[in-house]
Design a protein around this ligand. Structure first.
Ligand code: C2E
Ligand code: MG
Ligand code: MG
Ligand code: MG
Length: 288
């Protein structure tokens, strides 16, 4: 379905615009409007504890609800935002919206509310000097315990400058959890990984999904043992079958996420299907 949406969008823009530059500029202009006119939405995908299968987290994933096209997936517009300064405004909107939603759930929940919420950050946002202030404001305004918020960054944020490392350290010192997303697909130097304040590794779905291949299975096993022996908490994404679930659970992956449990859902659906039916007290996440 996401693929179909992407095709629609690509068709829409290519019907109207002759070259890529023109269509990129148009997407950028439309995206600016989208921010002003409230066309962006967050969907939420559950993460379950690999032992208890209880809900222990959600990841917020952005979509653009375009008036002419319908839902556009993030891969179609995040790169455009990243090429302009829009990514800063968009990124701040994501943090704000995710925190607001989380606090709403927290306040209306009849039970103690210990699961975490994760938001994706673009590597470019690490250059936003206002990021720490903005995040602090979000945490305060919505009364979010910092350790229940997780920020996901991909490995490209490791390639970059010392300034990015400083920014990550400042974020970490607020008490939020930092997850390295799509782990294993980038080219980051494993030797330097520990210099970064990540405490969670999110194993890329590529390692989970071709598990029938013996090589791939060994690779997943090696990645898990690497992650755990260095003290990282692990999350596996792309769990689509019971086999994926069982293998990851056996390898000691802490949290599981994927279509097998649920697709990303609008807030109201996540609430109805997951939050209202989740068991009572879940242990809060530990930091290293
Ligand atoms: P990601 O953070 O690695 O998110 C996981 C992607 O895998 C999501 O795609 C999710 O819908 C998809 N997925 C989840 N379970 C499964 C599964 O079982 N099988 C398969 N094949 N896919 C699964 P989505 O929502 O299209 O997001 C794509 C990427 O866009 C994200 O990858 C993330 O890098 C980026 N993104 C999403 N939201 C934001 C945002 O708010 N800010 C920024 N900067 N990037 C975002
Ligand atoms: Mg992510
Ligand atoms: Mg990922
Ligand atoms: Mg990804």
């Amino acid at each position: 379905r996401a693929k179909a949406m992407g095709r629609n969008q690509a068709q829409f823009y290519s019907r109207h615009f002759h070259d890529q530059v023109e269509s990129r500029i148009r997407i950028e202009q439309d995206l600016k409007k989208a921010l002003d006119q409230d066309q962006l939405v967050l969907f939420y995908q559950p993460q379950v504890d690999a032992r208890s299968m209880a809900l222990v987290g959600v990841e917020a994933l952005i979509r653009w609800d375009h008036p002419d096209i319908g839902l556009i997936p993030p891969d179609e517009f995040i790169p455009v935002a990243e090429e302009s300064d829009l990514i800063h405004e968009l990124g701040q909107w994501v943090l704000d919206r995710a925190c607001q939603q989380f606090s709403e759930w927290r306040q209306t929940s009849p039970k103690p509310f210990t699961f975490s919420i994760a938001a994706n950050l673009s590597a470019r946002q690490l250059k936003d000097t206002g990021l720490v202030d903005h995040l602090t404001q979000c945490l305060n305004r919505y009364q979010i315990p910092a350790n229940q918020l997780e920020l996901e960054l991909t490995e490209s944020s490791l390639e970059s400058s010392l300034a990015a490392l400083d920014m990550l350290k400042s974020l970490s010192s607020l008490g939020v959890n930092l997850a390295l997303d799509d782990f294993g697909t980038g080219y980051s130097s494993l030797a330097h990984l520990k210099e970064y304040p990540f405490n969670i590794l999110k194993i890329d779905k590529a390692f989970v999904q071709h598990i029938e291949s013996e090589d791939q299975a060994s690779l997943l096993k090696a990645i898990c043992s690497f992650a755990h022996s260095l003290g990282y908490e692990t999350v596996a994404e792309g769990i689509e079958t019971a086999v994926h679930r069982d293998i990851c659970a056996d390898l000691g992956v802490k949290r599981l996420q994927g279509y097998f449990f649920s697709r990303p859902l609008p807030a109201s659906e996540l609430e109805a299907r997951w939050i209202q039916s989740s068991p009572s007290i879940l242990p809060p996440m530990k930091r290293h």
